[in-house]
Design a protein around this ligand. Structure first.
Ligand code: PLP
Length: 379
């Protein structure tokens, strides 16, 4: 297939972005400049955090987040099995010993019951607890964190939330009502790569519960340079700072966020309504969550139908992708222990992501729906 006619998920950009980037260039604010602190402040406000650190990618944010949470070589870290591989890679950069946690059937995110039961079992057996847990808010649907918070706190397990996909979502009702994923744990991260709800080309953001942790992340992500010294460094740091030029783009994208999320949610609802009579379900949409609509998904009865639909859409120049296979079947992570059963495997084999850019037109979406229906009805 050449370049797709209809892309899976691309940023919605306009003249305002062109103007903001041009201004940054004209002013010579490529690396440092006023857009960077403004973007951090806007993000902190949007998610309800006290501060935020802008970095070059969501993966870099995860890496820094794990480091400042104290995850050191050999420490055990529990991570969602069903995720994009960046979550696991960041854990591996820190030398963590990962245990994968299977999905719950409804939200597709890590199953809180498995976490609670294993913590209780270890406590009874006098076994060591994990150092930290990294729940992923998959596809912009908040993970079911509330039931396990007490147990995690009781056993001193740090929480690093991978909210790379979840900007624009929140919990509804219960103790977390109105809270944004990424702000419940000790640390949360977001991604602004090319296909995320908002994009800076590449970029990420880290938020932390306490300011000292955020300051440590900022320091480590800027080569651990001691301020106001002649290039003195007090640790092995990283060059992870986001550029001002990317932040200028991010500031404009932030203003579009409510509209972009609304559109993505509408698109997801339209797919769901158009495909339910075929017995197909869309992505998770729990009553206790308001998901961001990144990405629109559909679950087929079997993998063969999913693959046939992908093929048919691809032939018409329509880009789709399967949901990620769970980490337990990825070559670098196939040996990792798994808590729970094989719910994630079933999801990984039967779910597909459909085009859902905010500027997808009704006619384009109709075309996608018609092809899905034809292949499924043909059987
Ligand atoms: C769940 C998850 N974690 C981490 C990342 C890493 O983000 P980035 O691509 O910005 O490095 C992504 C996105 O790609 C993701 O989807």
């Amino acid at each position: 297939m050449g370049d797709p006619r209809i892309r899976l998920s691309e940023p919605t950009l306009g003249e305002e972005e062109v103007e903001a980037v041009s201004r940054a260039v004209r002013d010579g604010h490529l690396v440092f400049g006023p857009d960077l602190p403004a973007f951090e402040a806007a993000m902190a406000e949007a998610v309800g955090a006290t501060g935020a650190l802008a970095v070059i990618t969501g993966t870099a944010a995860l890496h820094l987040g794990l480091l400042v949470a104290g995850v050191a070589p050999g420490d055990e870290l529990w991570v969602s099995d069903l995720t994009f591989i960046a979550s696991l890679n960041a854990a591996t950069y820190c030398g963590a010993r990962v245990t994968l946690v299977d999905s719950e059937p409804r939200s597709w995110n890590l199953d809180p019951n498995l976490v609670i039961e294993e913590l209780a079992r270890r406590a009874n057996a006098g076994e060591a607890m994990p150092k930290a847990i990294m729940p992923v808010h998959l596809l912009g649907h908040p993970a079911n964190l509330e039931p396990m918070l007490v147990a995690l706190h009781e056993h001193n397990v740090a929480i690093i939330e991978d909210a790379a996909e979840a900007l624009g979502s929140r919990w509804v009702g219960g103790a977390l009502d109105g809270t944004v994923p990424g702000t419940v744990g000790d640390i949360g991260i977001y991604s602004f790569n090319f296909n995320k709800p908002i994009s800076t080309g590449g970029g990420g953001m880290l938020v932390a519960r306490d300011e000292e942790t955020l300051a440590r992340a900022r320091h480590l992500g800027s080569q651990a340079k001691i301020p106001d010294t002649d290039y003195r460094h007090d640790a092995v740091g990283y060059n992870y700072r986001l550029s001002n030029i990317a932040a200028a783009l991010g500031m404009v994208q932030m203003q579009r966020l409510p509209h972009l999320i609304e559109r993505r949610r509408e698109i997801a609802a339209r797919y769901r309504d158009a495909l339910t009579d075929l017995g197909l379900t869309g992505g998770p949409d729990e009553p206790w969550a308001r998901r961001s609509g990144w990405l629109s998904t559909v679950r087929f009865h079997d993998g063969a139908t999913r693959n046939a639909v992908r093929q048919a859409l691809g032939e018409q120049g329509i880009e789709t992708r399967p949901i990620w296979p769970p980490m337990r079947i990825q070559a670098p992570y196939a040996q990792l222990p798994v808590l729970g059963g094989d719910v994630a495997v079933g999801i990984g084999a039967t779910v597909m992501c459909l085009p859902c850019s905010a500027h997808l037109t009704g006619a384009q979406q109709d075309e996608v729906i018609a092809i899905v229906r034809t292949v499924v009805e043909r059987g």
